[in-house]
Design a protein around this ligand. Sequence first.
Ligand SMILES: *Cc1c(COP(=O)(O)O)cnc(C)c1O
Length: 398
Amino acid sequence: MSESLSPPNIVPLEQILPDEPLLMMGAGPVPIPQKVAAANSIVINHLGDTMNRAIEQVKDMSRYVFQTRSSHVMGVSGPGSAAMEMAIANLVMPGSRVLCITNGYFSQRLAEMSRRVRAEPTILEMPKNQGVDVELVERELQRGHYDVVTMVQGETSNTVYNRHLEQIAQLAKRYGCLIIVDAVCTLSTMPLEMDNWQVDAIITGGQKGLSSIPGVSLLAFSEEAWVRKIANRQDLPYHWCLDAQLADKFWNQKSYHYTAPVSGILALHEALRLVCEETLPNRFRRHLRCSEALQAGLEAMGLDLLIEKQHRLNSVIGIIVPDHVSADAVRADMSCVHKVEISGAFGLNILRIGQMGEQSRAHNLFRTLHAFGSSMRKCGAKLDLPAGMAELERVLSN
Ligand SMILES: *Cc1c(COP(=O)(O)O)cnc(C)c1O
């Protein structure tokens, strides 16, 4: 017989957390508005009238944000990856032929998820650091016989933008495929029109473009995808939690599937409400203006961005770190001295600064660019900090 466990020695959370919250300017999670934080602290009955009213509004607001009239808009308890997996689990069948257009880590994840539901993914990798090439995709669609196409709108991992999403969606339709789009970092930061572009499933997370908390995500299925693949499905999807027909019970029929993440859904409600209040066109303009100003400021300092302008994502900016400078040291100094947090990248010698949701505010840009320039210089980079700050000011005030 061994002794039972005693309570571990634990320090209170405030001794672990920094004295002053860090400004989250990386590739997500991003800062959340006070209204979102307040909603996130509330627990209510997940099946009561109050929740039902909130859910109806979440769906209406989501339809606006996704630009769809589909009645198959739903949330999922889990990260953006759970929404990706839900789209795959319901639209990709065992043996389905899936064309996975990849240009980075997240688009490859969609291929990996397809493989796990026993489908047959074909990876069509785009040239390094480039957005989707429409001709390459069309050639492949002519050659192979595919059921589903997957792609991301923005590759957060290496900051590549797939600007020809609309054409790819049209091609997919022409070849009889459904198309699944990961818009985790881009939704509500740039145009994406689900119905007009004929996208069959759009996935998003909470913690990026929408400026809500991580762990509660949204997705929408088109009517066509619902009828063709979900409503008439004979076999059961592999994942019980991610089964869209079961989820529909909660999201459309006011009944039980699993206990919904009530606080997170209320937080999402507030995040979506702020998007509706701002309106999409204004929100797109704000993101574009802020991202372009930051990019101009970085370049005016003498730094190089990883991705050429025509393939560059605005929601997350990748900055090349000079060879003799340690990206980790820069991040550590920014955190410690300036209380600003940015991201490294999956093995690439770049640093990434996010421009999603609350990150795209002038006051956050000034603080971040100053912190970045100052820490880079301290870590050995040669750059002109005042020139960068002046350029940021100039572009923002234009
Ligand atoms: C962050 C991100 C994901 C994954 O989201 P998680 O919440 O980390 O699971 C997927 N796709 C893209 C494009 C992302 O930026």
